[in-house]
Design a protein. Structure first.
Ligand code: DX5
Ligand code: ZN
Length: 232
């Protein structure tokens, strides 16, 4: 059975000097995960947050963390992020950045966290096929990583479907350009963890935006309320 739909709110588009207030707003919506985009200025052309911010967020919320490492040499930073986060939080690294991805997965799992591996839009599913038995999640990027607010790349949809076919019970996350207009396609192909930054934090009502995205995702896989039964 396909795992349950979850919304992961990316704080990349939140107000950085009012992060606690932003987190409180998405907690009220019942957000499933808080997505933290870590960028090093090398793997991607942007610099964002590090273990220090992860540790601060961990102190103020019970919502599980979904840490997305867009960094070179991820193996060198797993222990810092694992110490800042907690058991059962997720650390995801990029397949393109890891020479020995199996070893990075072991580092994350041995620290007691869940391990995800991510694919850029141009990276094929074949590059993670041998990892599907050991990873907890695959993250399919639907934009080229680096910035919030980019346009969804529909060419990644067949990759999501292919992965769902290979791993029917695995968590498959999609990240980039998710809006009320694109979420259904990603979910119908098999994604079950949905990241959104702009579609949540660049609206006047982040709480309502999360509820709306979740409802649209559940409708897309047919979990909406059935219509009235026709009486004889
Ligand atoms: C992009 C990041 C995404 C980003 C998504 O490199 O990995 O998580 O925050 O932003 P939106 O939802 O605005 O495309
Ligand atoms: Zn991300």
């Amino acid at each position: 059975m396909q795992p349950k739909i979850q919304i992961s709110a990316s704080i990349l588009a939140a107000n950085p000097v009012r992060l606690e207030d932003e987190i409180r707003r998405i907690e009220v919506a019942g957000v499933d995960l808080i997505h933290i985009d870590v960028m090093d200025g090398h793997f991607v052309p942007n610099i964002t947050m590090g273990p220090f911010i992860v540790e601060g967020i961990k102190r103020i919320t019970e919502v599980p963390l979904d840490i997305h490492l867009m960094i070179e040499h991820p193996e060198e930073y797993i222990s810092a992020f694992a110490n800042a986060a907690g058991k059962d939080d997720i650390i995801t690294f990029h397949r393109e950045a890891a020479k020995k991805p199996g070893e990075v997965i072991s580092l994350i799992k041995n620290a007691g966290l869940k391990a995800g591996v991510s694919l850029n839009p141009d990276t094929p599913v074949e590059s993670v096929e041998d990892l599907l038995d050991i990873a907890d999640m695959v993250l399919v990027m639907s934009v080229n990583p680096g910035f919030a607010g980019q346009k969804f790349i529909p060419a990644v949809l067949p990759k999501i479907a292919h992965l769902r076919n290979l791993a029917p019970e695995m968590d498959i996350e999609v990240d980039g350009g998710i809006t009320p207009g694109t979420i259904a396609q990603a979910v119908q192909q098999g994604a079950n963890i949905i990241v959104a930054a702009s579609a949540i934090f660049k609206t006047n009502d982040p709480c309502g935006a999360i509820r709306n995205l979740k409802q649209l995702a559940e409708q897309a896989v047919g979990k909406e309320c059935p219509g009235m039964l026709i009486q004889d």
